[in-house]
Design a protein around this ligand. Structure first.
Ligand SMILES: Nc1ncnc2c1ncn2[C@@H]1O[C@H](COP(=O)(O)OP(=O)(O)O)[C@@H](O)[C@H]1O
Ligand SMILES: [Mg+2]
Length: 234
């Protein structure tokens, strides 16, 4: 199935959500967030504030302390429909002894049961991430930036409706960065998918996002258009 869904239905809803690991001391509170198909949302904020924890919570890997999360039409703890949610974690979770091709194929497997389609998607995603020459190499022989591109290719091969990407542009040189960014944003726009990206570099975050969410001391930064503050450490 293509990524596009009903543009009137939010792909993600957070309502009065508190996240963190200690229920008496939440890291971040999100009063209200709606993300619609076709939107690119960037989340910025200082190190250690809870950006990755927020993505892990949306991905269903950490339970919210309180509140309601609706992901791809399903309310947690119910899982989103198979293949709809793609996640590029900060710690990439690649199979290090296996090849680029094998790792990317795992994403395609999550997205479709059709064998030929899995192969086609994998080849295309590897091309888009400029990794064709590396496709038989084991992950452990790749640089940090190349490994990050493998994790991005794995998610593109899945063709999800919602992509959660955690610092997926870090360790990339300028040239690779622009081609990776272009491939991912094209995917989102062409398929009416949504992208939520954690990006510590504010300039980059503004460059790619329709909306920028700052997690800081809970106040809105008045200089950034469309900014919506997330309440932190209340
Ligand atoms: N599994 C965990 N259990 C308990 N605390 C954690 C866990 N993972 C991260 N933390 C803590 O939660 C805070 C936020 O971490 P994180 O979400 O990774 O921040 P960011 O991505 O904004 O740098 C940090 O203080 C971190 O040490
Ligand atoms: Mg992080």
């Amino acid at each position: 199935m293509q990524a596009g869904s009903n543009p009137d239905q939010p792909i993600l809803v957070l309502k009065d959500v508190a996240i963190g690991y200690d229920s008496s001391d939440p890291l971040v509170k999100v009063p209200d967030l709606h993300v619609f198909p076709g939107e690119i949302i960037a989340i910025a904020g200082p190190s250690g504030i809870g950006k990755s924890t927020l993505l892990r919570t949306i991905a269903g890997l950490v339970s919210p302390i309180s509140g309601t999360l609706k992901v791809c039409g399903r309310t947690l703890p119910e899982n989103p429909p198979r293949g709809h949610l793609g996640y590029v974690p900060q710690k990439l979770g690649l199979v290090r002894h296996a090849s680029v091709r094998h790792n990317v194929y795992q994403g395609a497997r999550a997205g479709t049961n059709i064998r030929k389609e899995r192969q086609d998607r994998s080849i295309r995603a590897i091309e888009e991430m400029k990794l064709t020459e590396k496709s038989r190499e084991p992950i452990r022989r790749l640089s940090g930036g190349q490994q990050r591109r493998v994790a991005t290719a794995r998610t593109l091969a899945q063709r999800p409706r919602l992509i959660l990407a955690d610092e997926f542009l870090s360790e990339l040189d300028e040239e690779t960065l622009s081609s990776v960014l272009e491939a991912v944003t094209n995917y989102v726009r062409e398929n009416n998918a949504s992208l939520i990206v954690v990006e510590h570099d504010i300039t980059r975050a503004k460059m790619m996002a329709d909306r920028l969410l700052i997690i800081d001391d809970g106040r809105m930064n008045p200089f950034i258009e469309g900014t919506q503050a997330l309440e932190v450490n209340p």
